[in-house]
Design a protein around this ligand. Structure first.
Ligand code: EPU
Length: 417
């Protein structure tokens, strides 16, 4: 059980290199199950969720080998098992992608119900609706989702709400199906496009990823190849907000600036100076931030996964800001922890009102989920005195080398066991 310990009130300055996208990696690893041949995935983030999924596909019979810390060679030809029911599987959200991939390859899958960060109810009814529409039968017994199909036949599937997980899962199940599958009201996040690019590189026929309508023409087989994962939009946004909150000057490198548009326009609006290049954004604090209103929305809207980090930055602004969380119904649980530091935040259902404060004070905090943990790190960097953050395992699920990257920017942050 380790904790992070931060000595705050430090201005962070320098360059940071962003890792590969967690939410692309956790879909692409299961997607390799569909490939008969050798896949080499580059720019994989070195995070716990990737390690768990690697173990899961190895336990199903795949042969994998890390060529270096960020490059994994996978031969999924030898996979013989279509089940993943170990306890670690039910602790993570992205394990639901094993369902789509196993269904696509074997027409059968048995996977433990997914867990992940707790933001209230996180149903998977749209995933199930998609699998059923393709011809699968689904039962849930003892917390295990059991799926089988004689044939998978392409069809039109309209998602009742924009869902990242359902969009990717249906793509995975449909690439080897007969005929054409159309997903309407699809999610458009950069990792959706990345998973489609990966599958296409291996021989799939997917068009429209990144728009509301994705068409997948089934093929009989996917072949091996190399793929390089896109940079992590949320890790990039977290460091951009660290610069804004700590009155810093950070050049966030190895990113796709276009993915950051909703955040860059908000940062400009609240008074932050930004310099954009082809693959970097430099974020410079020059003046007191001003209050704003934000609503989280599916991409290209403001990401829910940057909501907690943005909220902490707005504690540094003049006046009262509001954030409406429209994706998840219970994603403000971490606010109680920030109140221990002197934050003045009022929650009314899915709306937070955030009053700028002169000073936050170090406190002993407990990370309630991954992005809340990142927000607590930002609060600790800003606060006077020492902050400790317990439950670091949440943060390790999604941020590679967080202390190392922050230390290089001048933070005083240590891990204690
Ligand atoms: N929803 C349903 N039914 C479904 C699927 C979703 O009602 O079958 C609802 C959800 O309850 C939510 C909304 O639709 O209200 C959107 O959920 P979505 O399916 O898009 O989320 P997810 O697939 O569970 C992924 C990311 C999350 C990120 C969300 C939103 C992964 C592994 N997780 O979750 O990432 O917050 O999309 O962008 O890709 C994180 O990285 O910290 C994280 C939580």
């Amino acid at each position: 059980m380790s904790k992070l310990c931060i000595q705050g009130d430090t201005r962070l300055v320098g360059d940071v290199k962003i890792s590969g996208a967690k939410n692309a990696a956790v879909a692409i690893l299961p997607a390799t199950i569909l490939v008969e041949g050798i896949t080499i995935i580059e720019n994989l983030p070195n995070i716990n969720d990737v390690a768990i999924l690697n173990e899961a596909i190895v336990s199903m019979g795949a042969v994998t080998k890390f060529l270096d810390l960020h490059t994994l060679e996978i031969d999924a030809t030898t996979i013989y098992k279509y089940s993943a029911t170990e306890p670690c599987i039910s602790k993570m959200r992205a394990s639901y992608y094993l369902l789509g991939a196993l269904l696509g390859r074997f027409k059968k899958a048995e996977v433990a119900m997914p867990g992940g960060c707790d933001f209230g109810g996180r149903p998977i009814d749209q995933h199930i609706k998609g699998f059923r529409a393709l011809g699968a039968n689904i039962e849930i017994e003892d917390n295990i989702i059991k799926i089988n199909a004689d044939r998978l036949i392409g069809t039109r599937i309209y998602l009742d709400m924009v869902s990242v997980g359902a969009t990717i899962n249906i793509m995975l199940a449909a690439v080897l199906a007969e005929g054409t599958t159309t997903i309407e009201n699809a999610a458009k996040e950069p990792h959706i496009v990345d998973v489609a690019n990966f599958l296409n590189k291996m021989g799939a026929k997917i068009i429209g990823a990144g728009t509301d309508v994705i068409r997948i023409k089934g093929v009989s087989k996917l072949h091996g190849g190399h793929y390089n994962i896109v940079p992590d939009q949320i890790e990039a946004g977290t460091f951009m907000l660290i610069a804004a909150a700590t009155k810093g000057d950070i050049c966030v490198r190895n990113i796709i600036p276009e993915h950051m548009d909703s955040l860059t326009s908000k940062l400009r609006e609240i008074g932050v100076t930004l310099i954009e290049g082809d693959d970097y954004i430099r974020v410079i604090w020059k003046q007191k931030l001003t209050a704003t209103q934000i609503i989280t929305l599916p991409y290209p809207g403001f990401p829910t996964d940057l909501q907690p980090q943005m909220l902490v930055s707005l504690l540094q602004a003049q006046g009262v800001s509001t954030i409406v969380e429209s994706i998840f119904d219970n994603r403000f649980q971490y606010v109680d922890e920030l109140r221990k530091m002197g934050a003045n935040i009022t929650i009314d259902g899915t709306k937070a009102s955030i009053e700028g404060v002169d000073t936050l004070y170090g406190a002993n905090l407990v990370a309630t989920d991954l992005r809340a943990g990142a927000a607590m790190i930002i609060a600790g960097l800003v606060a006077k005195g020492t902050t400790t953050i317990d439950n670091v395992r949440y943060i390790d699920r999604g941020y590679e080398d967080i202390e190392k990257k922050l230390t290089a920017l001048g933070a005083q942050i240590f891990r204690i066991d």
